[in-house]
Design a binder for this molecule. Sequence first.
Ligand code: C2E
Ligand code: MG
Ligand code: MG
Length: 758
Amino acid sequence: MDKRSKYGVKTVTILILAVLVLIIASINKNTAYILLSLIAAANLVYVVYYEINKFRFEKQSALIYQNRIKKLMNIVSANVVIWTEDKKNLILNDKLRELIGRSIEGMSNEDIINYIFPHGYMMHDGLDAMLSGEVKEFPLRVNSSEIRYYAWNTTMLIDGRNGKYIISIGFDVTENKVIRQQLNIMNNSLSASERRYALAMDLSEIGIIINEHCEDVFHISEELQKMLGICDESIKVSDFVQRIHKEDRLLFETYLKSAHRIEANDNFTHSMEIRVLSSGDVYKWYSYRYKRINTGNFGMPVIGGALIDISIEKEKDLLIEKMAYIDNVTGLNNRNKLMITGQELYDCCSILDFSYWVIVIDIDRFHIINDTCGYNNGNRLLKDFARLLNRKKGKNGFVSRIGADNFVIIVKDCDAEKGPDALIAEIQNEFSFFGNNHSYNQSLSCSAGFSKMPSDGTDFVSVFEHAEFALSICEKRRSVIGYNSSVHDAIIKGTAMEKALADAIEAGELELYYQPKISLRTKCIMGVEALVRWVKPDGEVIPPDQFIYVAENSHLITKIGDYVVREACRQNKRWQDMNLPNIIVSVNLTSEDFYQKNVKEFMSDILSDTGLSPDWVEIELTESLAMKDIDFAVGQMQELRNMGLKIAMDDFGTGYSSLSYIQKMPITLLKLDRSFIISLEFDEVAQEIVSAIIKIAKSKKIETIAEGTETIGQVDILEKLGCDYAQGFLFGKPMKASQITEYLRKSTRLSIPAENIL
Ligand code: C2E
Ligand code: MG
Ligand code: MG
């Protein structure tokens, strides 16, 4: 029965009793009195009954109420605690109970509340603080070991019947708190690093440049304004470029152009060293580091750069650089510097659409000048030549000395039609007068090979090598050869040639020809030089110049070497066995033949196989071959000499060695190169050189032979100069072994000088 119907029953009952009392009182007053007492007793009984029922009912409804609340508390995912102000009653939702678990077993309600909301806080700030509407955060020890953090929202619930309840809802904020703590730490360290950064900037004196969206201005930091002596926060890019030293300007402009390319996508930090006109109107060295960032604003970049004054370090660097990159004879850049600068220029070419000529120049017969005029005069000539090249290189040119008498000059290609020939001709002309103006007493000349950058190679090294290659195929003095595709074709042709040569060796198409060597004293043949030929089945004879270089670049050269030396020795033994006059057979060795470790074994095997005495064999080596590794070469020569073989220095005067080197080598014969002999009759300088060489050789007990002797006039001069032997077309071209047999037969039978045999 609900409350309302109970009150209705009670009112109706009292009304009925009141009407009954009035009726009875009108009949009998006593009976009415008794009835009134009865009603009063019944009323008391009712009230007691009602009050008992009411208590039972309220207890029941409080339980119902609590159950409902509990259900509600468990629906929410937060922790919920409800307690009364006096802390006597307490309800925890299941989540919270589970979380705290055994930690609160046996605790009083008050202790539990103090456990959830730290006692200190409750004591100090009191409940009012919790009810203030603010979210309060407290740590809570859960599962007896772990501490987690909860943000509690506390509200007072006033239930008219049940009194005041306090409800606190707590959310787990542990993760947030950790993140907040980390952020705090980061924030603290960030601001600390910002402070450090600012301090470092102050101390390190770094100037900052910003260039946004390819604008024509650089925004510059206060420090940079101080460094450069500028009173403005920005400077026009062109004005800044003007402040850069003219030698560094190209580098900077190249960078600027590539950094401003919209399509560029480069997030790297680049750096360069430049000189910039600074406060006090002096150039200072700066390390410029820059980075480009694409802002996504239509790909327009922002370029940030930092300039650090490195003038002091640079001074030290320049000293070291001087030692590492400067040639100490001429003061020019050396090979190391050439390689670095060459590649920088190559890179500029690709970006700025420039081209350069790379010219390698060689002073013809420089070592002879060195030998005949003395080392100091040689050095003086190199210095003068360096000055000449420096004058000729122009504003943006570069000059370097890369070897004894080898120079490189890099000049901008201003007139694609003309090429560098005019410049080289100027250099050659001016150089030829050096002999008159100085005490060199020589007619001076130089040769050059050149290539174009960037079109003649994939990088600077390849362009440079092509120029060197062009120089290497210069045969005459004062030559100029440009690298071109036909030269390239020749290289490619070499590959096809290699295959054909391999087949020819297998098929036995190699044959030895022999050229007589004549004694200028007796005019009799004293030896022959074995010269290899490739005789094709159709009778075509290919000279060695056309295939030796191919063989040298492959394993074929060892096969050729073995064939030549073996066949030459066998042939000489045959001549000896035919009782013809004993002659010396010379063989040409290549670098591969000579530098092999077992050259001694190689020669002694052949000698013992053929039965020829070493006295009748001469090894011809070229200067460049011997100079490759002079110490090792001298050792190898000594070994061969110890075996009793003779050693000749071939083509003397064309290579890089000097007489002073030759004197260190245990050689027995010096073969004067044909280029001296050709001009002997008309060129006094050539005569002087030949004379000097012969004298020095004689003083060292080294015999001399003139290669390429073609005229009687040459023979006369050679005789006068004291040359021992001659070899050349005058006495006989290279010929088959059978012709030499005849030659030898005639010379013994008739006992007449060679000149009369021919
Ligand atoms: P080389 O050893 O200096 O040989 C001398 C070259 O000069 C020979 O050319 C010879 O024909 C040529 N010659 C000799 N006298 C005269 C002359 O009066 N006028 C002119 N214009 N030329 C003359 P060849 O036979 O064509 O040989 C060229 C080079 O090939 C040789 O120069 C040598 O370096 C190399 N060679 C020849 N045969 C062999 C060989 O069997 N092995 C090796 N490794 N190299 C060889
Ligand atoms: Mg030779
Ligand atoms: Mg020669």
